[in-house]
Design a protein around this ligand. Structure first.
Ligand code: ATP
Length: 294
């Protein structure tokens, strides 16, 4: 590639370009982490002997900052019981997404601990964490290759029947079956151009295949049209069912039916409880709720 063509391609499709480099270097080791929307902090760090000894996600007196001397989270403690849903609410910039990334093991705390059961995430290899916890956001990547390749990256060696089941679980089997080449259809740059909703379905199908018990869901404002968004929400609800969910709620209405709501203000958890408990406590959440209800 010429420098100009390289730059042009980097702007259009940086992920595929990087993957092509990887491919040329014969190190096409794409981790589950990347596929389910999670970045590794230190992929080689961690002790392979350390395994989660429980499914409850816990933060104990966590401090974290992106820059030396500037903490974004201060002494945050909470615990999410297996199978329950925790919603993080609070003003913009309060630290909700940051806390979500720590609970997903993407960043390690500066002080304090984040653990699955009693096992600290920061002591585990990244790949181990990803088997248990995934971050779900709107960064969905479709890689150059067939539809099958794109799905197999989440679970190597899965049979076609499992791939179809995963596509079915996220309502993507209809359009996928209509493809002339089925799972062999080439997607990504140069292949079939998927709609944003289809690309998100592929990301969700990968989650179904990777099957982590805990999901950290960053509910970014949807770029999809309302009909596609509703359709995808139904598929997402099915993927979340039965898993532990930490939902970063940028909108209040998605928080109120969570089992536990944590109000994050200025990097601290200031209120913790169910919707009814927090409304009766008449604090910041109650005020937010009243103003939202007009
Ligand atoms: P929002 O609802 O607007 O997404 P939030 O509550 O999720 O906000 P965070 O995104 O966690 O808040 O941000 C908390 C603080 O950390 C903010 O001051 C933000 O500017 C800063 N911050 C967030 N991400 C980074 C980053 N990658 N590098 C440096 N600073 C960051």
């Amino acid at each position: 590639l010429t420098t100009g063509a390289l730059l042009a391609q980097m702007m259009v499709d940086p992920v595929n370009l990087i993957l092509r480099w990887y491919d040329e270097l014969q190190v096409a080791q794409v981790s589950i982490a990347r596929l389910v929307g999670v970045r590794d902090i230190e992929p080689d760090a961690g002790d392979a002997q350390v395994r989660p000894d429980g499914r409850d996600v816990r933060a104990d007196e966590v401090h974290f900052g992106y820059r030396e001397g500037v903490d974004v989270l201060h002494e945050v403690s909470l615990s999410v019981a297996p199978g329950t849903r925790l919603a993080l609410v609070g003003p913009s910039g309060a630290g909700k997404s940051t806390l979500g990334r720590l609970l997903a093991g993407i960043y390690a705390p500066r002080a304090g601990r984040v653990s699955l059961g009693d096992a600290e995430l920061s002591r585990m290899p990244a790949e181990r964490i990803r088997e248990h916890v995934a971050l779900v956001n709107q960064e969905h990547h479709v890689f150059v290759g067939s539809l099958r390749d794109n799905l197999l990256l989440a679970r190597t060696g899965a049979a076609d029947a499992e791939l179809w089941a995963a596509l079915g679980a996220v309502d993507a089997d209809g359009w996928a079956q209509a493809l002339d080449e089925g799972l062999d259809t080439e997607v990504g740059s140069g292949g079939l151009a998927l709609t944003p909703a289809q690309a998100q379905q592929i990301a969700l199908a990968r989650l179904v295949l990777a099957d982590p018990h805990t999901l950290v869901l960053d509910e970014a404002t949807s770029l999809l049209d309302p009909r596609a968004a509703r359709h995808l929400e139904r598929s997402l609800a099915r993927v979340l069912d039965g898993r532990t969910v930490v939902a970063i709620a940028h909108r209040l209405h998605t928080a109120h039916d969570a089992d536990v709501i944590a109000v994050v203000e200025d990097g601290r958890i200031t209120e913790l409880g169910s919707h009814d408990e927090l409304v009766s406590a008449d604090g910041a959440y109650a005020a937010l709720w009243r103003s939202w209800h007009g």
